[in-house]
Design a protein around this ligand. Structure first.
Ligand code: FAD
Ligand code: AMP
Length: 461
């Protein structure tokens, strides 16, 4: 029986980051992963391939719609879907191999197979060839999540599928129906819309992007509609199946839709399949998540959990933060994640970035706030980019001026939001941000102007 100080189950962003931090801190570390490529959902079938496709599809759209406005005249712009998918695979392969080399560099032992807890401090790895029994002082569960199903939606692994299939459609669907207006549905819907598909989004609620700031989500919806998205709200999907060469989707509140492909994107569920939690008395909560304390300890001695498999937003960087904090907690006795400063980004065009509280949350919590808004229309860099849609909104405490929330829809919002996250993490006031010199001409100046606007003193508007 081989023994390690720490064995991590799952090599996604949570698990692999934790493994590297543990090795840095001197723990004899191993990681069990059932898929040959390291990197988890994020690198293989999530963040990275989706962003690769978003980049390619946006370039295609720009080449067709924007280049001539810059005086760049191309002959006919054509699409090679196979080449676009190959590029995406190359990006994924390079990054997953990068994690391989990080494991080697940090001397992390890797086990390929399904990991299962068999009792306190004991694990079993099973693959087609062998069964390996292992022992560890600490076990870290980082098994992530999987797409949630929906009753009546018959996934066939091809035409009626999840995000995984939508990352690899071999041709542009004539008509794609997306079930669910969350960020995954909107990002992948954007990819195929830009490449020419008709996209209909069926959403149960009367808004898109649940959980995001209302004002920003409403502005996003208008922009997406201008891009050709069709939204049907109050549409509770009851069935979707393949019928001949087409798919048929039925929903409450409207006529059935016949289409070429269906993307089910109604959220993700924690992954605890065959993990042996019962052997150590861990009981998942009502949503299937593993309950943990502030130090990511489960109810079982020496067993910890992080990432999508526990509470909180299902985001790669949240999993990474937790991985580092958990390991530092084990080794040094202290590890902390500031959940008020975890940004969220939707990589549509324009991007949407958000950190901290929304206006609705502040009202619900009866926290008095001041609000500063600045439109990209009045930002010189946005003008030069030709991307003036959107705005930045800063919410600051009415008395202390501490920044409580920042919400951005506009160019490079996904990059801009990091400055806001740092500000919140450092407990900055809107005055702090307003008095920080920002380079000109940059999009970041719009953030500073929004901070000035909190006090009614924006300059360029
Ligand atoms: P995962 O990445 O899910 O990794 C878990 C790993 O554990 C997997 O590799 C799995 O094979 C392995 N595993 C599970 N059970 C076992 C077992 N018993 N034995 C061995 N191995 C096991 N997040 C962002 O922050 N930004 C984005 O842009 C973004 N885009 C996304 C786009 C899509 C289409 C999807 C689906 C997700 C996206 N996410 C994004 C979410 C992000 O992928 C997850 O939040 C993140 O991967 C969670 O990390 P994790 O380490 O908890 O788990
Ligand atoms: P997210 O959890 O952010 O990925 O978003 C999933 C979206 O799917 C939410 O906006 C849900 O309201 C929506 N949704 C859930 N169930 C259904 C359903 N049966 N029909 C249509 N939309 C749904």
């Amino acid at each position: 029986m081989t023994r390690h100080d720490l064995i991590i189950i799952g090599a996604g962003p949570g698990g692999y980051t934790a493994a590297i931090r543990a090795a840095q801190l001197g723990l004899n570390t191993a990681c069990i992963e059932e898929v040959p490529a390291l990197g988890g959902t994020c690198l293989r079938i999530g963040c990275i391939p989706s962003k690769a496709l978003l980049e390619s599809s946006e370039l295609f759209r720009e080449a067709r719609e924007k280049f001539s406005g810059h005086g760049i005249v191309l002959p006919e712009v054509k699409l090679d879907v196979a080449a676009l998918l190959r590029r995406k695979e190359q990006v994924v392969n390079t990054l997953t191999k990068g994690v391989d080399s990080l494991f080697r560099k940090n001397k992390i032992t890797r086990y390929l197979g399904h990991g299962k807890i068999t009792g306190p401090g004991r694990l079993l790895v099973e693959n087609q060839q062998e069964r390996i029994e292992l022992e560890a002082k600490y076990i870290l569960i980082a098994t992530g999540s999987k797409s949630s199903g929906l009753p009546g939606v018959e996934l066939d692994g091809d035409r009626v599928g999840t995000s995984t299939e939508a990352l690899s459609y071999p041709e542009v669907p004539g008509h794609l129906v997306v079930i669910g207006a969350g960020y995954i549905g909107l990002e992948l819907g954007s990819v195929w819309r830009r490449l020419g598909a008709k996209v209909t989004v069926l959403e149960f609620l009367n808004r898109i992007l649940p959980g995001m700031d209302d004002e920003i989500a409403a502005e996003a919806k208008k922009i997406f509609e201008r891009q050709g998205f069709e939204f049907r709200h109050g549409a509770k999907v009851t069935s979707a199946k393949v019928q001949g060469k087409q798919c048929v989707v039925e929903y409450e509140g409207g006529q059935p839709i016949t289409c070429d492909r269906v993307l089910l994107a109604v959220g993700r569920a924690p992954n605890t399949d065959g993990l042996g939690l019962e052997t150590v008395g861990i009981k998942p909560d009502e949503k299937g998540r593993i309950p943990v304390d502030d130090y990511f300890a489960t109810s079982a001695q020496g067993i910890y959990a992080i990432g999508d498999v526990i509470r909180g937003p299902m985001l790669a960087h949240k999993a990474e933060e937790e991985g580092i904090a958990c390991i530092e907690g084990i080794v040094t006795g202290y590890g902390h994640v500031n959940y008020d400063a975890i940004p969220g980004v939707v990589y549509t065009q324009p991007e949407i970035g958000s950190v901290g509280k929304t206006e609705e949350q502040l009202r619900d919590e009866k926290i008095e706030f001041r609000k500063g808004v600045f439109p990209f229309l009045a930002n010189s860099r946005a003008r030069t980019l030709g991307q003036t849609e959107g705005k930045i909104k800063i919410l600051a405490h009415a008395k202390t001026d501490r920044i409580l929330g920042v919400h951005i829809i506009g160019p490079r919002a996904g990059d801009l939001i990091n400055e806001a996250a740092v500000a919140i993490n450092f407990g900055a006031s809107s005055e702090d941000l307003a008095r920080s010199c920002h380079a000109h001409p940059t999009l970041g100046e719009a953030l500073r102007e929004a901070a000035l606007a909190v006090d009614g003193r924006a300059i360029n508007i």
